[in-house]
Design a binder for this molecule. Structure first.
Ligand SMILES: Nc1ncnc2c1ncn2[C@@H]1O[C@H](COP(=O)(O)OP(=O)(O)OP(=O)(O)O)[C@@H](O)[C@H]1O
Ligand SMILES: [Mg+2]
Length: 325
């Protein structure tokens, strides 16, 4: 059984760093692991100093670790082309142009980006058999997290659409007089079939997310990040997808006791402020802080990534209980 682990959080807090470190930890423990990134900035490529594409590819130098980078813009384009092809085969030539324009417009709305991404996520989940664990480094906007909370809503929406479509077909059938064939029939109706297919996709996603997934939020020890995290915890909780843990990244290292001077004083003050924030986090959230990571002097990659991975206290055994009782 594959388990899916999601890392969310505000832009720049360290999602890519933490999810890469966690994936590394998983593969080190002997789990066949896939890391999925949706970051338009290709930072997974930076972390591992290797280019990744739309299909899983082994990460060089790490046994049992593969990576996949989803390009959301490309997904929207592919999604649009797919829809056009499908609809064009069902529409009269006169309609095709009009529908193309409408589709183009619909794909420029922010929701289109999320919808395409969601479809790709589901595809990854469906093809996850070769992996024990799939780690998602979700996009910075937080909308991916919101999106994950949507399957139930979307299911209801599709149910209503299907109901409408069925009633409309029913009317056509009743309206057919004499031996003239009704213009639409329930069976083989392409729109109903498509709605049904969407519904099954959402059901599948909802089930996987509720039963085989764990959510972690990455944050920094500051007010803004705490506020954003509070919102994400609520959104996910509302969708029945509880957050399993918080990772606080970028804590200031404490100077040695003998160190004096302006730099050391600054660091001590920073450490004290962050300690307050950590206490605030501990007191305010029902979700446990599962790891705290210090700020490094340089970007986290290579051997520093391994160091951070070792510091992550999200023990891999934790996930054994990913499935809800
Ligand atoms: N603990 C740390 N110490 C030093 N640098 C860090 C640390 N955590 C993250 N960084 C650096 O900060 C930058 C942002 O981190 P990262 O890319 O992981 O954030 P992100 O949440 O994925 O960002 P985005 O929202 O843009 O996807 C990177 O250059 C990363 O190397
Ligand atoms: Mg990132």
């Amino acid at each position: 059984m594959t388990e899916f682990v999601f890392f969310g959080g505000k832009g720049g807090v360290g999602k890519t760093t933490v999810s890469s470190a966690y994936a590394l930890e998983c593969s080190d423990t002997g789990l066949e692991t896939l890391i999925v990134s949706t970051d338009p900035a290709h930072s997974t490529a930076d972390v591992f100093d290797q280019e990744f594409g739309d299909e899983p590819q082994p990460v060089e130098g790490y046994d049992g670790l593969s990576a996949l980078e989803i390009d959301p813009e490309q997904e929207v384009q592919d999604h649009l082309q797919g829809l056009k092809r499908q609809l064009n085969s069902q529409l009269s030539a006169a309609m095709v142009n009009e529908v193309d324009i409408q589709l183009e417009m619909a794909h420029q709305t922010p929701g289109a980006y999320e919808a395409a991404l969601f479809d790709r996520f589901v595809e990854v989940m469906r093809n996850a058999d070769p992996y024990d664990r799939v780690v998602f480094d979700t996009s910075p906007t937080g909308s991916t997290l919101r999106l994950l909370a949507l399957p139930e809503l979307l299911e209801q929406w599709i149910d209503r659409l299907m109901d409408k479509r069925e009633r409309s077909i029913d009317l056509y059938e009743k309206a057919a007089i004499g031996n003239r064939e009704p213009r639409r029939v329930m069976e083989g109706d392409p729109i109903l079939a498509r709605l049904q297919e969407r519904k099954e996709r959402f059901e599948f996603a909802g089930e996987v997310l509720r039963n085989d997934a764990a959510f972690y939020l990455v944050m920094n020890p500051d007010e803004l990040s705490i506020r954003e995290t509070r919102r994400s915890v609520e959104t996910l909780g509302d969708a029945d997808l509880p957050v399993r843990g918080l990772v606080v990244n970028r804590l200031t290292p404490e100077p040695e006791p003998h160190e004096e001077g302006r730099g050391a004083r600054y660091l001590r003050q920073r450490v004290a402020t962050e300690r307050d924030r950590l206490e605030q986090i501990d007191g305010e959230f029902d979700v446990p802080v599962v790891a705290t990571i210090e700020t490094r002097v340089e970007e986290v990659r290579g051997s520093i990534l391994e160091e951070v991975a070792a510091e992550l206290e999200i023990t891999v055994e934790d996930e054994g209980s990913v499935r809800s009782p």
